[in-house]
Ligand binder design. Sequence first.
Ligand code: G1P
Length: 315
Amino acid sequence: MNSKPVSTSVSTSAAKSGKSPVRKAVIPAAGLGTRFLPATKTIPKEMLPIVDKPTLLLVVEEVARAGFEDVVLIQGRGKTAIEDFFDVSYELEEKLEREGKTDWLSSLKNIRNSINVISIRQKRALGLGHAIWTARPVIGDEPFAVLLGDEIMINKESETPVIGQLAQRFASTGLSTVAMMKVPDSDTHKYGIVAGDPVASEAGIEVLRVRDVVEKPSTGTAPSNWALPGRYVFDAEILRELADAKPGKNGEIQLTDAMQSIAKQKGMLASTFVGRRYDAGDKLGYLQANIELALERDDLRVDLTRYLKSLAGRL
Ligand code: G1P
């Protein structure tokens, strides 16, 4: 393993200029969404709304705020609603413009104008690692980001979006960098877990040089409590690892197995981040995201707070 010292400083100049050191992002959105059946029988889970925005739009907004140029959506069968969402709905848009009801439309147009949305079909559900590998015709030999389509990361407009924070660390160190968060022992079996050696941290951000990556370790066997919450920036090398990958945990091509190889060869960092994370792929996480993001909305805060207080009194 490469043991050169690693600078952990992150510049904000890229974020300020709107230019990202990483240009492309992959969002795997091909899963069957079985945890949300029956709703997901006909609606892709990534299109389930958080208040009134599809989860996937919140993830694409994070990519656009980070100044990326291309976002590649990896889709499976029955997911055409996703492609349609990022396309123009001529009749609807023309009617709303005529009526002057353009608030949400203008933010969607901004996204459409600032980032290219590219769709790729994953023909067989062979695992997260395989889904990402299907993006290789668009990624080529460039570094790229991965954002899981049902994980939401929220921070202030004035802060660098979480995926941008990882991209900046990649730019300053040359090493693939993934987000990590602390979870209790009882939850380590739900996540990819990283363990490694701490490198200098700053401003409350902890950084590890990754030694081990384990996909969903059985309870009591996790090498640490640092879980992967679905935000990654990779050197293109990971695509070469995925090309040769063998099925791992649950018979799937696992992204974490390819990460382990990268960590052992070139080296990889894991970093905490500035932002709140919601797992919208989990029923409780989905409800929490809806309530907390609704509480941040001027049109809902007062009435929802009143309702939650009266509800708490009845529980
Ligand atoms: C996937 C990854 C896992 C990661 C998790 C985050 O698992 O395989 O490493 O920690 O997402 O949500 P999934 O939850 O899709 O089974």
